[in-house]
Design a protein around this ligand. Structure first.
Ligand code: ADP
Length: 339
């Protein structure tokens, strides 16, 4: 488990990270998202101790890494394996030799290195590529070798810094499956730094959004996607487009698929004594759960509070679209365009 508290990092007068609090439980995958320049890489470099934080603490399994002497720091660093965007393999070494490298530096015996390299390559599905050089491997294969190397010293935490950026969707999926397996089989705590919301939806248990060096929103993915009025939720699951419809008022609703009755929509319609139109709909996987997002068209004369209340009773969060960020295409403008 990793516990970050009050973490700050400044370069001279420039504050890049400011009061970061983030806890990732054992065998959890956390994602840190945010726009370019938000401080994600700096956070990654602070966590794997390539940079000394200006203040605050970073504890891995209860041990505060920021207070260690230089000698103890080297030891402590082994608890954190890192996988970078481009796997950063050494070109002159084979896949097996690359994976062996951290163990050689750490003074692990040759016999043990041989056994562990075979084991790690097998785990990432690359045993048959042990003697290939990086130039003979695809981007996804290099990334697998990078992950095996990141795991070489049996770290408690694996830090993935944009590890799937630039990979094609199938390769990305296979790397994400591998990370999920590592969490489930080995109990590794994984912190994923990414700008890809698909990655967050696919594998993260918890998510934190970084902006200008601060965490502006965080929580379990399953909770965040159900929040109304949440920028992170909207970024994770963009709303379906709202078609113009003069007579109906659009409502954005969301719900956790497993927690609603299959007939909630029909029941809500009966309770509100109205016909409900489905203007747009999607159900997407988010972490362990599936989230439904609909745009409903309702009679504009209905009382807002009553609509929210009835839908809430069925486990569905609702807000009128004109209060959300997205706006429906104005019907009048649309018709003018046609005419
Ligand atoms: P991200 O990874 O989210 O794109 P970074 O952590 O790379 O963001 O950078 C965050 C901010 O910190 C940027 O404004 C960047 O210019 C600044 N920064 C990063 N490293 C340094 C440094 N060594 N000295 C001064 N400013 C830096």
């Amino acid at each position: 488990m990793i516990e970050i508290a009050g973490l700050a990092k400044s370069y001279g007068a420039t504050t890049v990270l400011d009061g970061i609090d983030l806890t990732v439980g054992e065998a959890q995958i956390a994602a840190v998202v945010g726009p370019s320049g938000a401080g994600k890489s700096t956070l990654a470099r602070c966590i794997n101790l390539l940079e000394r934080p200006t203040s605050g603490t970073i504890a891995v399994n209860g041990q505060d890494l920021t207070r260690l002497s230089r000698r103890d720091l080297r030891q402590a660093r082994r608890q954190i394996g890192t996988v970078f965007q481009s796997a950063n393999l050494l070109r002159r070494l084979t896949a097996a030799q690359n994976v062996a490298l951290p163990m050689r530096h750490a003074g692990v015996s040759d016999a043990e290195i041989r056994a562990r390299v075979a084991d790690l390559l097998d785990r990432v599905g690359m045993l048959h590529r042990a003697n290939h050089y990086p130039s003979q491997l695809s981007g996804g294969q290099r990334q697998r070798i990078g992950i095996a190397r990141g795991l070489a010293l049996q770290p408690a935490v694996l830090l993935s810094d944009e590890a799937t950026s630039g990979l094609d969707p199938d390769t990305t999926r296979s790397i994400l499956d591998l990370l999920t397996d590592l969490r489930d089989d080995l109990g590794v705590t994984i912190l994923v730094i990414t700008h890809e919301m698909d990655v967050v939806r696919a594998i993260a248990d918890v998510v934190a959004q970084l902006d200008h060096g601060r965490i502006i929103e965080q929580g379990p993915v399953a909770d965040v996607v159900r929040r109304s009025d949440s920028p992170l939720s909207r970024a994770l699951l963009p709303m379906p487009p709202v078609p113009a419809d003069a007579g109906l008022r659009p409502w954005s609703v969301r719900y956790q698929h497993e927690q609603v009755s299959p007939v909630w929509l029909a029941k809500a319609g009966r309770e509100l004594d109205t016909d409900i139109a489905v203007l747009a709909a999607l159900v997407e996987a988010a972490g362990e759960t599936r989230v439904g997002r609909l745009t409903l068209g309702l009679d504009p004369r209905l009382d807002d509070r009553r609509v929210i209340e009835v839908l809430a009773k069925h486990g569905v969060v609702a807000e009128p679209v004109d209060r959300a960020v997205l706006r429906p295409v104005p019907a009048a403008a649309h018709e003018e365009g046609v005419a």
